[in-house]
Design a protein around this ligand. Structure first.
Ligand SMILES: NC(=O)c1ccc[n+]([C@@H]2O[C@H](COP(=O)([O-])OP(=O)(O)OC[C@H]3O[C@@H](n4cnc5c(N)ncnc54)[C@H](O)[C@@H]3O)[C@@H](O)[C@H]2O)c1
Ligand SMILES: O[C@H]1[C@H](O)[C@@H](O)[C@H](O)[C@@H](O)[C@H]1O
Length: 335
């Protein structure tokens, strides 16, 4: 079966995913798209045969749309996901699932009413080869009980529309998910430290930020989020255990020796860094949707748990104190 996909939001990543599904993912095709900027939607599907519809509701309701991809702005995600679940259609939603735990809870409630899981969240790092190697090591007990993790998330620059809360909601949310997955534990508290701000930022933005997490089991994590670092896109992660450490491998690049210097390239964006992970994520999603079973990727609970932590991080940013997340038990529905 070919999964016929409708896409809501055809900006940077929406366009990437449309090309991915069209050119690289087997067993799926894009048949309909929408964007509040209709011209952008038309450009995104030029030459593919997919049609442009006026609204997300029309995409979700279209009879030839088997499954929905939501790649609009974060605050718009929850409404589209809720509409797709109400229509009984599988839905892949880019991160974040929602920009508040309250909205994410509405999605958990909607799936419970539907009686089966329909939602996958775009936490693509779980499909990255390096993170997968780390997960294998940690799960096999290769470093003993994890005690600490040190993480770095740097972007060269961000647009003026990026605000201080997005350091948690849009950027740190990747580490929040991948740490829960790597350490197989939930996050119990968060504190946000604000070092001297870089001069190379828009005035309204607090950048960089340092997030300190405590896991329910007691492990501690530090995460540097620095989204105007200028020099490139860099992701680092090291888990320290009782018997050893495991570190995310560097992405290989050719070593150049010239003019009395040695150099290697630094990646510039998430497209370069995670291209392979996105391809694997979408192939897996398409295969599992075609099989008619709930997908095994990050689900609505993972999106909810991340939103609980980002809500706490936003409160922590404003208060400067340690904020408990109050995360509840994972329901059996998401076991
Ligand atoms: N997994 C990743 O690493 C990754 C990378 C980039 C972006 N993202 C996520 O993807 C989402 C989109 O990011 P982007 O960089 O493509 O942003 P973008 O601004 O380039 O694109 C968003 C598009 O959504 C459209 N849109 C907004 N609200 C809409 C609505 N209600 N209905 C239809 N269209 C709507 C906008 O017009 C725009 O074209 C964000 O949530 C972002 O966090 C994830
Ligand atoms: O939406 C993007 C994307 O998720 C990137 O992977 C992350 O590095 C950026 O900080 C974020 O703004």
């Amino acid at each position: 079966m070919t999964v016929r996909v409708g896409v809501i939001g055809t900006g940077w990543i929406g366009g990437e995913h449309i090309r991915r599904i069209t050119d690289r993912v087997g067993g799926a095709e894009v048949v309909a798209v929408t964007d509040i900027d209709a011209d952008r939607a038309a450009r995104a599907v030029a030459g593919t045969g997919a049609r442009v519809l006026a609204t997300g509701e029309e995409v979700i309701a279209a009879e030839d749309v088997d499954a929905v991809v939501v790649t609009s702005w974060g605050p718009a995600h929850a409404e589209s996901v809720l509409a797709a679940v109400a229509a009984g259609k599988p839905v892949f939603c880019e991160k974040p699932l929602a920009t508040s735990a309250e909205d994410a809870q509405r999605i958990l409630d909607a799936e419970a009413r539907h009686g089966a899981r329909l939602v996958q969240v775009g936490f693509m790092r779980r499909y990255d080869t390096g993170y997968r190697q780390m997960k294998e090591v940690v799960s096999a007990g290769g470093i003993g009980t994890p005690l600490m993790a040190h993480c770095v998330h740097r972007n060269p620059t961000v647009p003026e529309s990026y605000h201080s809360e997005m350091a948690s909601q849009d950027t740190a949310v990747h580490e929040i998910d991948v740490l829960r997955w790597l350490l197989d534990d939930e996050i119990s508290s968060v504190q946000v430290l604000t070092p001297r701000p870089t001069g190379k930022r828009f005035e309204h933005l607090r950048d960089p930020q340092m997030l300190l997490f405590e896991m329910v089991g007691g492990a501690r994590v530090d995460l540097e989020v620095f989204v105007n670092c200028q020099y490139g896109y860099e992701i680092g992660c090291e888990v320290v255990g009782e018997e050893g450490t495991v570190r995310l491998p560097e992405v290989p690049g050719a070593v150049v020796r010239s003019a009395a210097r040695t150099s290697t390239p630094v990646l510039q964006d998430w497209v370069q860094r995670f291209a392979g992970a996105f391809d694997a994520e979408f192939q897996s999603w398409a295969d599992e949707v075609a099989a008619g079973t709930p997908t095994t990727g990050p689900n609505a609970w993972d999106g909810y748990a991340a939103a609980v932590v980002t809500d706490a991080a936003v409160r922590a940013l404003h208060s400067g104190g340690v904020v408990e997340t109050g995360i509840k038990e994972r329901p059996a529905f998401y076991a």
